[in-house]
Design a protein around this ligand. Structure first.
Ligand code: SF4
Length: 69
């Protein structure tokens, strides 16, 4: 598996806008198994993890294949 790339975000704006950037917002997410139908790792892109990463580091891992559900 390749390295997880994280991008800097504006913390205040990210929380205020509540962007749909997580697996839970994606058409390819199976919520019953918490897996991606493409087989990509979901852990870095789950909502709770993204919020935690932004809060603690100001960075977040965006999935480049996400399709808003
Ligand atoms: S495509 Fe990306 S955002 Fe969508 S479920 Fe898979 S890993 Fe998550």
């Amino acid at each position: 598996m390749g390295e997880i790339v994280r991008d800097f975000v504006d913390k205040d704006v990210f929380f205020k806008m509540n962007y749909a950037t997580s697996c839970e917002d994606c058409a390819h997410f199976d919520s019953s198994t918490v897996k991606c139908t493409f087989g990509y790792p979901t852990a870095p892109h789950l909502k709770e993890q993204q919020l935690h990463d932004v809060k603690t580091t100001g960075m977040v891992a965006f999935c480049r294949t996400q399709e808003i559900d």
